[in-house]
Design a protein around this ligand. Structure first.
Ligand code: GLA
Length: 424
């Protein structure tokens, strides 16, 4: 694929009349396993995608942030950088930029705004973290404009806290993978304190990511469903801590899982909790165990076990956590029928994407099967371009200084003459 940056920078020049000074790239992600556990501080295992958001920018002299998007669905937005920024209406894309700007103004004292032109190919509301790619890109742009250098783990934590501005009480997975991802690796992310371990992906494994065509907008309808899951997990934990044996073991999900073990914890939960709280708790502890086993399977190159854990994760998310959707269930089932070793919904659910593990030799069969039996019968929106892709584990977000080609220093005529070029 040709480098998309020169064209983006040319459009910036047309729009703002000057060259951009830098370009930020922030990838989307696919979570391989460990779903809805980050906000309970239980580890997760995502990787960054080749799909990314790109932002060309130039610092301004004042505190204004001016955002333009090459996608006309996202109209221009601008606002003043300040420690308390009034949000745009709920669901507005500009709130992700405000989220990043406000926390950097509050906690790092940034004052200088910037002009930005944005483009990207992470589909929105697909569970691939387009929104965190946007807030991370805006955060990095703001840091660049203010000559602020922040270590990626610290920056990820800032961005995760900042993003709650939009009203979703998310965990920290998306920002952590976006900023710390490594090409050809998955990242095991643990929380509180935030830490990451890059685990190499076996070269013969392929992750197929397929869109259910059902939008799951975290800043829209899925927001309440998401927040209520988090509240139910907190309520379940409170209930469990009323049991002296549990309280003696710790106060958080990771502590209880580590000190009591999944079996004992599950047994106590079955006595103490009921209904939705029991279901939510069961998902947390079973998914916590699956992430640990999936990490081992990944290190051992054991694709069968990894696939089986993905299947179990999907069942738990569908039945105990109730965040699947019939179209996601269908995708998962079809992927398995066409040669995947395991499949599950990825991201917050309620729609969005599924991810399936296949061996290299079978990946195209899975893709073709989904095209034939899922997409052929459904109307795929033109904006989605390609609803199924084979993921390539990519590097994390970066800021690169922009030097336009015509500003490159040409060798002087005399030098060229000496080397025998030109002046014939
Ligand atoms: C969203 C949130 C994440 C995480 C996932 C579900 O992507 O932003 O923090 O909770 O859902 O695993």
């Amino acid at each position: 694929m040709s480098d998309p940056l020169p064209a983006l920078c040319a459009r910036f020049r047309e729009r703002f009349g000057v060259e951009p000074s830098a370009v930020v790239r922030a990838p989307g992600r696919v979570n391989l396993i460990g779903e809805h556990t980050d906000y309970n501080d239980l580890p997760v295992l995502p990787m960054a995608l080749q799909r990314e958001l790109r932002l060309a920018l130039r610092p301004r002299r004042d505190a204004r942030v001016v955002l333009c998007n090459l996608d006309p669905t996202f109209g221009p937005r601008n606002f003043e950088l300040a420690p308390a920024i009034e949000p745009f209406p709920q669901g507005d894309w500009g709130n992700y930029a405000k989220a990043a700007a406000q926390i950097l103004a509050r906690e790092c004292g940034v004052q200088r705004g910037f002009d930005a032109l944005i483009e990207g190919d992470v589909p929105p509301a697909a569970g691939l973290s387009s929104s965190s790619a946007l807030s991370v890109a805006c955060g990095l742009a703001c840091a660049h404009a203010n000559e602020l250098a922040v270590e990626p783990l610290v920056f990820a934590d800032l961005m995760a806290r900042g993003e709650r501005y939009v009203g979703t009480h998310s965990g920290g997975m998306d920002q952590a993978i976006c900023l710390n991802a490594r090409a050809d690796h998955a990242l095991r992310i643990a929380f509180h304190p935030l830490r990451v371990e890059a685990v190499p992906l076996p070269s013969s494994w392929r992750f197929v990511v397929a869109h259910s065509l059902v939008l799951a907008d975290k800043s829209g309808a899925a927001r309440e469903a998401y927040n209520s899951r988090r509240a139910q997990c907190a309520a379940a934990l409170r209930e469990m801590l009323a049991v002296p044996e549990v309280a003696a073991a710790g106060a958080s999900y990771p502590e209880l899982l580590e000190r009591l073990g999944a079996e004992r914890l599950g047994w106590i939960a079955a006595q103490r909790l009921e209904g939705v709280l029991l279901q939510r708790f069961r998902h947390q502890i079973s998914e916590g165990m699956r992430v640990a086993r999936a990490r081992q399977a990944l290190i051992a190159g054991d694709a069968e076990t990894f696939g089986q854990l993905m299947d179990e994760s999907h069942a738990s998310l569908a039945l105990d956590y109730e965040v699947s959707h019939p179209e996601l269930d269908r995708l998962v089932e079809l992927a398995r029928c066409h040669g995947a070793l395991g499949a599950r919904l990825t991201g917050a659910g309620f729609g969005g994407c599924a991810v399936a593990l296949a061996r290299q030799a079978d990946a195209e069969r899975v893709v073709a099967g989904l095209r034939r039996e899922f997409y052929a019968a459904r109307a795929v929106p033109a904006a989605l371009a390609e609803p199924v892709l084979v993921a390539r584990a990519s590097a994390g977000a970066s800021v690169q200084l922009w030097r336009p080609a015509h500003a490159r220093i040409e060798p002087a005529a005399t030098d060229r003459a000496e080397r025998g070029e030109g002046a014939r």
